[in-house]
Design a protein around this ligand. Structure first.
Ligand SMILES: [Zn+2]
Ligand SMILES: [Zn+2]
Length: 317
């Protein structure tokens, strides 16, 4: 069970621990995960079954949106622009304005100038302090990410990676989609960046890492992993709290390995099959009316002094 999240049994009527673990790992649309004191607590149907912490006005708040695939045309979502627009509205309607919003890649489906311009324009409507992005493999189809960096690379280094500090948290954005064979790849220059970037930080600094492709082996057979992530994570081993947030897999999934917890985000565009439940990770067309349940946004709160971040996944309103 060490590859499954820990869950409390308290108050989950009618659900066995095993069922709950399956739900928390495999996204029930109505299941929300909160990580507090190292334990994953599940909130079912939006009703908290655990005491909600008092939210400190100095808490860090941010939102993650992912895999908007502007330009996709297919039965799985006939209007990706509309669902992306709803996701943006939902972020703007969060009870607390996020300090920043990150888009974790596949902003576009085919990396055209028009698709990038539309993505940039739409994200300009986010009500937040700052917007950050990491590219997906769909954002660098024909030019090694040049068009992406022209719009979204300002202030980044190398192929578009970056880091910054906010409210006591150190945030790192990584690019693992430019040299991919099958798995994601960071490369020597970026690994060196990570090593030097964290060298001067105190070990109790909470670390948040964004990448498009998971930094854990979610399902390597479909390329859902990063071949040199172990080295990057080795530089983060001494930190008490490391949270890695990714996109690419178009579904919620969480896993803890030692001091690191990984959270795959869902998409604003179309679902992909669960690992191994299809021949290939191709778009899944859901029955009419069901698509919004598979799409969503994520918001995150970090209270100073807490060990872990509170992660809340919300289905698309
Ligand atoms: Zn995607
Ligand atoms: Zn992707």
């Amino acid at each position: 069970m060490d590859d499954a999240p820990q869950a409390t049994d308290q108050g989950h009527e009618g659900m066995s621990r095993r069922q709950l673990i399956r739900h928390t790992a495999w996204f029930g649309a109505a299941v929300v995960l909160t990580v507090s004191g190292g334990e994953v607590i599940s909130h079912i149907g939006g009703i908290s079954t655990a005491a909600t912490p008092t939210v400190d006005p100095n808490a860090l708040r941010f939102a993650q949106i992912s895999d908007s695939h502007l330009g996709f045309t297919g039965a799985a979502n006939t209007d990706v622009e509309s669902s992306f627009s709803r996701a943006i509205d939902q972020v703007n309607a969060l009870p607390d304005r996020p300090d920043f919003v990150v888009h974790s890649g596949d902003l576009t489906h085919l990396a055209t100038d028009a698709q990038f311009d539309r993505a940039k324009q739409m994200m300009g409507g986010l009500r937040t302090g700052q917007v950050f992005t990491v590219p997906g493999e769909h954002d660098s189809i024909d030019d090694h990410g040049q068009k992406y960096r022209k719009r979204f690379g300002t202030g980044t280094r190398g192929d578009g990676w970056f880091s910054f500090d906010i409210k006591g948290v150190h945030v790192i954005g990584l690019v693992n989609t430019l040299s991919l064979e099958k798995l994601g790849h960071l490369g020597a220059a970026q690994l060196d960046f990570v090593r030097r970037d964290v060298a001067g930080l105190a070990s109790d600094t909470p670390i948040v890492v964004f990448s498009h492709i998971p930094l854990f082996a979610m399902y390597p057979k479909w390329g859902w992993g990063t071949d040199d992530a172990t080295e990057a994570l080795s530089y983060l081993r001494r930190f008490a709290s490391v949270t890695c947030l990714n996109g690419h897999v178009h579904q919620l999934f969480t896993k803890t390995e030692g001091n690191v917890t990984f959270y795959s985000a869902t998409t604003t565009a179309y679902p992909l099959p669960k690992p191994g439940q299809a021949v290939a990770p191709t778009p899944v067309t859901l029955p009419a009316g069901k698509l919004s349940d598979a799409l969503g946004i994520r918001d995150v709160t970090y209270l100073k002094g807490e060990h872990a971040l509170a992660i809340r996944d919300r289905k698309l309103a």
